[in-house]
Design a protein around this ligand. Structure first.
Ligand SMILES: C[S@@+](CC[C@H](N)C(=O)[O-])C[C@H]1O[C@@H](n2cnc3c(N)ncnc32)[C@H](O)[C@@H]1O
Length: 154
């Protein structure tokens, strides 16, 4: 299920003051969010990871048609990928994946950065900003600051 338009806008807003470094989307689905971010931030490198073949294929075809040179989308499991070059992560996943990401970041991360998550919280980390979007559930979009050398809470 893709992020709603309001959630995508909130994620783009939370991304605005995170510098100019690479943005990795964990589970980029059909590519709607990654493509939107690549258009909105033409000077930032946007990297998507998607395991499912058809959504990945569609996203790569659309990326080529639009000629988005700052976007690359890998058909790969992000839990097995080297994510050390990312400055910012964006995602819309489930609680199991968020738990796995929390463990991976705690174990491997050696630099500062941000994680922006639609709806699902990142266990053991504290959000530095939350936007409640204007939908039926006032769904949250969280932003976490990932700090090198600071142990996560909990
Ligand atoms: C709910 S969709 C969100 C799509 C998109 N990020 C958005 O916000 O519109 C989650 C996507 O993550 C993908 N996914 C889940 N676990 C993954 C993993 N370990 N590696 C890569 N992709 C994964 C799923 O195949 C699915 O397409």
């Amino acid at each position: 299920m893709p992020s709603s338009r309001q959630a995508r806008n909130a994620m783009a807003e939370l991304l605005a003051d995170t510098g100019s470094g690479p943005v990795y989307e964990l589970g980029s689905g059909w590519g709607g969010l990654a493509i939107g971010l690549a258009k909105k931030y033409p000077n930032r490198q946007i990297v998507g990871y998607e395991v499912s073949f058809f959504p990945w294929l569609v996203s790569v075809v659309v990326k080529r048609v639009l000629g988005l040179g700052n976007l690359v989308i890998y058909r790969r499991n992000f839990l097995l990928a080297d994510l050390s070059a990312a400055d910012v992560f964006v995602c819309f996943l489930d609680t199991g994946n968020m738990r796995a990401i929390s463990h991976k970041l705690s174990a491997e991360r050696s630099r500062d950065g941000f994680l922006i998550s639609n709806f699902f919280a990142l266990p053991s980390f504290e959000a530095d900003n939350v936007i409640k979007i204007d939908d039926l559930y006032t769904s949250p979009v969280y932003r976490y600051q990932l700090r090198r050398g600071i142990a996560p809470t909990g």
